[in-house]
Design a protein around this ligand. Structure first.
Ligand SMILES: [Zn+2]
Length: 320
């Protein structure tokens, strides 16, 4: 095991990167990969993929990245030291479901865990997993044996074992661009959490996965509605992402049409989320006001969910 993690007692089991060839294909020619001792190779196009820090299968060739991926990668570089992440994890545990950020994510994570339970699967693909915060949140509501994490950023992926060090799960780490659908098993749930809207055309990326006939596709992503469109017409609700891209929002009508076209059933929950910086500017830091705020916004979300009106969408697309 690498020096970087020597002072950490792991309960989790990291799947040897060579074994991940059972889960993913070559991102260049979409044929199967074979494991060698030191690296992984595609027998068809002869590309060689290296193992990063003994724990990550690196399917990214930097020379072949487009400008979008490079910007995303630069914006996502994490230089958090293991020790400071440990501290941040400890404070995360203390403040979990108390601080504004985790409170604002709680309802969507609960909906997602409910959908994942319905897939009756013990292995999950996490697309655009970042440093694994959503997995940490999900494990409060759901138990599963294996998480395979796919993300563009090697530094972010390297942080997941630190974040999940006390969890008894198997962890597979793969660096790859989620715009290429390289997953081999069709029956394992594929979960996108706030990552599709980082791509230039989120509906197009989602459609790729539907054409591949994966059985369970799940997501938490920003949702479009007439109110948000109205605000963004005045430049109020639209932010530029850190990578420089203008984030997209899912359109329920487009998703429904896609599901019809490719033979998917669809379950959707909607809710309202309010940006943390605006919240603190308006309401300050009082715990009591925050409790009241979430009580009201969650109640409002429950009502508007009946007509699928919200700015966040949690979806489960199931192949018929
Ligand atoms: Zn290949």
């Amino acid at each position: 095991m690498l020096n970087y993690f020597l002072n950490i007692v792991f309960m989790l089991n990291i799947i040897p990167p060579q074994k991940l060839v059972d889960y993913v294909k070559c991102p260049f020619c979409y044929r199967s990969l074979t494991a060698e001792t030191e690296y992984v190779k595609c027998q068809t196009c002869n590309k060689i993929f290296l193992i990063y820090k003994d724990i990550i299968l690196n399917l990214i060739e930097e020379a072949n990245l487009d400008l979008f991926a490079i910007n995303e990668l630069i914006a996502n570089q994490c230089y958090v030291k293991t020790n400071s992440l440990n501290l941040s994890i400890q404070s995360n545990d203390i403040f979990l479901w108390k601080d504004y950020y985790s409170q604002s994510r709680k309802k969507s994570i609960q909906y997602l865990s409910h959908f994942i339970k319905n897939t009756k699967n013990n292995t999950i693909f996490f697309m655009g997993s970042g440093s694994g915060k959503e997995i940490q949140y999900l494990l409060n509501f759901l138990s599963f044996k294996t998480a395979i994490c796919i993300d563009l950023s090697l530094p972010a992926l390297s942080l997941i074992p630190v974040r999940l060090q006390n969890k008894e799960i198997n962890l597979g780490l793969i660096a790859s661009d989620i715009r290429n659908s390289i997953i081999i098993p069709k029956n394992i749930p594929i979960v996108f959490t706030n990552v599709l809207h980082h791509t230039q055309d989120m509906h197009n990326v989602l459609e790729k996965y539907l054409t591949e006939k994966y059985q369970h596709i799940l997501f938490i992503e920003p949702l479009d509605n007439f109110f948000i469109s109205f605000l963004s017409a005045f430049g109020i609700s639209k932010r530029i992402e850190y990578s420089g891209i203008k984030p997209g929002r899912l359109n329920i009508k487009l998703i429904r049409n896609m599901c019809k076209k490719y033979g998917y059933g669809i379950s959707i929950k909607t809710l309202w989320s309010f940006p943390q910086d605006y919240y603190h500017k308006l309401f300050g830091n009082s715990i009591i006001i925050q409790k009241l705020f979430f009580l009201l916004i969650n109640l409002f979300s429950d009502i508007t969910n009946f007509i699928k009106f919200g700015n966040v969408c949690i979806g489960y697309l199931k192949k018929k």
